[in-house]
Design a protein around this ligand. Structure first.
Ligand code: AMP
Ligand code: FE
Ligand code: FE
Ligand code: ZN
Length: 286
């Protein structure tokens, strides 16, 4: 029997469209054996996902941390995402980091709404805040307001450069990626670099930096992801081999904010078992 493992999924605790309870049920319905809930900068979905977890679905509690790296001579840092699995959510430093990132997400989204309103776009912060429903606020929630106002048809269109991609872009607070790797480890968690080679998303970091992160405690690289081309997947796989890192594959499911399906990309059981063995923060449920 094949074991289907999807280690990167979002709920309404951040910018997904299924509640944590709906997400775990959808995971079971999609035939997953293992699913990770990895909302942006929050563990807010952990408890409701755990409470609703169907029998037979193993749940990995995690998060996706907003990080940055600034190379020598770079004017702007490169934004990157670090998946963190099975860390202790009560570890004070990491918990404070996440709280700070969430607060900044609110302030930043409010600023973006202000810029849009200054140009006559009829949306409000109250509306956007309402779409976020108490979770980590992200640009997809602003996209939802732009769709409602009839200015764009899809979330993807809202990310074009004339909207949230550039013209109304405001940077968000993030963690230095080396500090984040160390903080996740200190909380007993296992850090995996999400979509490290996704050039469609913008600038990517050099392989040399990933080697440095491996020395600092990075555990794996997400290779199989819809934002990687086949050659980018191969490159990441080879780099992981060279550096002794595990390779993961995941959907990065966001409900209707994206078109990818649960389990569209999956992780090998051996890689999953290595992640579990390396974690000391919280156990896998189920
Ligand atoms: P933020 O975290 O607020 O900067 O918004 C980035 C989030 O928006 C990412 O986590 C993606 O889930 C989502 N996103 C980025 N680009 C797109 C796109 N072109 N279409 C749909 N969602 C996107
Ligand atoms: Fe997202
Ligand atoms: Fe990501
Ligand atoms: Zn994600």
């Amino acid at each position: 029997m094949v074991t289907r493992i999807d280690l990167h999924c979002h709920s309404t605790a951040s910018d997904g469209t299924l509640t944590p309870a709906e997400l775990v049920c959808a995971g079971a319905a999609a035939g997953l054996d293992v699913m990770a809930i990895t909302d942006h900068d929050t563990t807010g979905g952990w408890a409701p996902a755990a409470a609703a977890r169907p029998d037979g679905l193993r749940l990995v509690r995690g998060a996706e941390l907003s990080c940055r790296w600034r190379g020598a001579g770079m004017e702007w840092p490169i934004a990157l995402h670090l998946l963190a699995y099975l860390f202790d959510p009560g570890e004070p430093r990491l918990a404070a980091d996440l709280a700070r990132l969430r607060l900044d997400r609110e302030q930043r989204a409010e600023k973006i709404v202000g810029k849009l309103r200054a140009d006559g776009v009829p949306i409000t912060w109250a509306e956007v805040h309402g779409y976020a429903a108490g979770g980590s606020v992200g640009r997809p929630h602003i996209a939802q307001a732009l769709i409602r106002a009839g200015l764009v048809r899809t979330t993807n269109e809202a990310f074009a450069s004339r909207w949230l991609g550039a013209r109304y872009f405001v940077p968000k607070a993030d963690l230095d990626v080396f500090e984040a790797v160390r903080a996740v480890r200190a909380a007993g968690g296992v850090p995996v670099f999400a979509h490290p080679r996704a050039t469609v998303r913008g600038r990517v970091v050099p392989d040399q930096l990933i080697a440095g992160l491996a020395d600092a405690g990075l555990f794996g690289l997400e290779a199989d992801h819809e934002d990687h081309s086949p050659s980018e997947r191969e490159h990441v796989r080879a780099l992981a081999g060279d550096l002794g890192l595990v390779v993961t594959g995941s959907s990065d499911f966001h409900g209707t904010h994206k078109t990818v399906r649960l389990g569209e990309f999956t992780t090998d059981p051996e890689a999953f078992e290595k992640i579990v063995s390396a974690a000391t923060g919280v156990p896998v449920l189920g």
